[in-house]
Design a protein around this ligand. Structure first.
Ligand SMILES: [Zn+2]
Length: 228
């Protein structure tokens, strides 16, 4: 398995960067609490951690994931076909069911502050992560705010690495896409490089706003949230 994985990463690296010298690559499966995959460069060595929920995935899926991770690493566009193949696999019934079980058994034992009356913020994060970020964002602590704050929809708190969503929206009368939009906005703040300018200020560059528009129901969500 290790050999096969390394081969997949080497071959994908060659396709993306035919002229660059092949760096040393280490790939391992890791028991994340959800379908997470990380890649980083340290001392010239590429370190890849794949969710062990993907152990036994077909080679084609692992190839697509290698393409996604290496493209992100080297700031190349992710090919649509690879993105679609990986997304299909992760959202398939079997994998999402396994992910759900892993969340329950590996997640914190206490009753999570992420699980509200109407919505589970961790499930929303994981779903958006696969739909919009290729499952590449590490999940911070997800929590509904303690008080029913109306002045802020949500915010990312870098000191506690937490996304906090106002409890006002944990309500079955609020459509899911509106809560998703709030979480999606905060997830864009998580994308590297994370700008730590204190927890109160949030900075929205042109790039940020362009990416925010990729959320399909953005206009409906904004209109609805304005009325609250
Ligand atoms: Zn913001």
């Amino acid at each position: 398995m290790r050999e096969r994985l390394l081969n997949i990463f080497h071959e994908t690296y060659r396709e993306l960067r035919p002229r660059a010298p092949l760096p040393e690559v280490a790939v391992e499966f890791f028991p994340f609490a959800n379908v997470n995959n990380t890649i980083r460069m340290r001392d010239g060595k590429l370190l890849v951690r794949l969710s062990d929920l993907l152990e036994g995935a077909p080679d084609a899926v692992l190839r697509s994931l290698a393409h996604i991770l290496l493209s992100k690493m080297y700031r190349r566009p992710v090919e649509r076909e690879h993105a679609a193949r990986y997304r299909r696999h992760v959202s398939s019934h079997a994998v999402s069911r396994q992910a759900h079980l892993a969340r329950q058994t590996r997640g914190r034992k206490r009753i999570s502050a992420a699980q509200g009356q109407a919505y589970d913020l961790e499930a929303i994060f994981d779903d958006l992560n696969v739909r919009f970020f290729h499952g590449l964002l590490g999940r911070p602590t997800m929590t509904w705010s303690a008080e029913h704050a109306r002045n802020r929809l949500g915010h990312y708190d870098p000191a506690h690495n937490a996304i906090v969503v106002s409890r006002v929206f944990d309500d079955p009368r609020i459509p899911r896409y509106a809560v998703e939009y709030i979480v999606y906005h905060e997830m864009l703040h998580l994308k590297p490089p994370v700008k730590l300018r204190g927890s109160r200020r949030c900075v929205h560059s042109a790039e940020f706003q362009r990416e925010e528009k990729l959320f399909p129901e953005i206009e409906r969500a904004k209109a609805l949230l304005k009325r609250r």
